[in-house]
Design a binder for this molecule. Sequence first.
Ligand code: ADP
Length: 500
Amino acid sequence: MNEEVNSKNMQVLVVDDEPSIREGSKRILDRMGFGVFKAANGEEGLNIIVSQDISIVLLDLKMPGIDGMEVLQRIKEIDKKILVIVITGFATLETAIEAMKRGAYDFIPKPFEPDQLRIVVNRARETIRLQMETEKLERERQRTLMDLGMEKSRIRTIIESLPNGLLVTNPKGQVVLMNPAFKNLFGISSGTPVNKPVNSYIPDEELCRLVMDISKGRYIDYGDIPTYEFSLGPDKYLLARSQPVLGERNECLGAVVTFEDITAMKVLDRLKTEFLAKVTHELRSPLSTIHEQITQVIKDTAAEESEKDQYILSRAKEKTQGLISLIGDLLDISRIESGSAQIEPMSIRLEDLLKSIVDFMKAKADSKQQSLSLILPDEKLPEFKTDPMALESIFGNLITNAINYTQEGGKITIRMEKAMGTVRVNVIDNGYGIEAKYLDKIFDKFYRVKNDRTRYITGTGLGLSIVRGLVESLGGSITVDSTPGMGSTFTVILPIASSS
Ligand code: ADP
């Protein structure tokens, strides 16, 4: 039995004008574990009821002073929950029935045996116990309902005040919730009802298709669903992120989609690209001239200048060469980003192209005593149309990185494999590796991982950004897998178009 509904401390009041009944009942009730109060008449009894916590009253109906029936009524007025057992002589059975009608719990005829009293009082005690238990359960239920209600309204308030747009659908792809930020982004008036299919609210067909598919559970075990960028008119760019909402048994309950306004970021990005393109374009020819002139001076004065001057000049030449390649990278980037990178498709045999790139890079690997090997599949790949310049840049950059970020004596392997309609090329090194937290950043422009091993390796942080831009322009994809201290594997997947 629960602590709170313990009936041990229940108190019983015996109201009877006969002292023998009062004393006899008290003895029995004491033994049953009750706290017992006694009153010789109705008035005394009512006083005790007001001042004490009484649960059960044994009430004689026939007493001098206030009539028992009246006392019953007053008790009920004071506290309806008190159970009143009336004590009555056989002759007044009808009165007893009348008392029951007026709210008495039970009656006990006079004279009674101790057992009779025990049975009736025990039943009353059980009734009170059950009542207390029911009340407690009801209180708990109310508390849970209140908690739920509060939780619900708190979540609703949070959703309503989210700065990003939020849309939730059901498994049929109908919208069940949209927050004010979403309506704001899409120019939907605040009173617009929900429950229509998602394409009634979002004008982008491809995104609607994706949300529909997610809602219907087609992306349950998909991992990360790619973000989706789209524009709403010429001046508004949005980024949508979607996820299925899963129930307890992993069933799909719909989709949740968030929308972020990325217009400012887009404009900034475009301005940055335009600015870079302009500046680099302006710098390229004077720098090339300086480079050529230094080269000439070094040649012309090789015999006369001191060793120190020669050293200074060759450092200057190296630096201008570094700047020229940085400018080359920047121009490549701006061409890729503005979409003006010309893909010049030619029929090529990828094995041959990789062989020539690897041959070309051999000297660089040798200078660090690294092994550089190429593994080709037994079966020859058909010739296919692609842009060889882009491929040279892609694999040139990846192999250069593998050499740069691998210790002397390391091992670099290029492995080509044919897959369904595609070709996969892995550039594998056993070098420094990259911490997981940087893996998605290294493809960003100018991003370089700075640690004790890479600090002194020169670079622009543009190589991988160019590589990814070029791979994507060829319709392929690039991924990286790396373990710090063990090495990295960059994987390029390219579609094999027919060579016709
Ligand atoms: P850069 O090499 O000019 O710094 P990249 O864009 O080519 O620029 O590479 C970005 C960063 O990624 C590098 O600075 C380096 O920290 C890391 N990285 C690239 N390739 C590798 C590799 N094979 N092993 C370890 N780290 C690499």
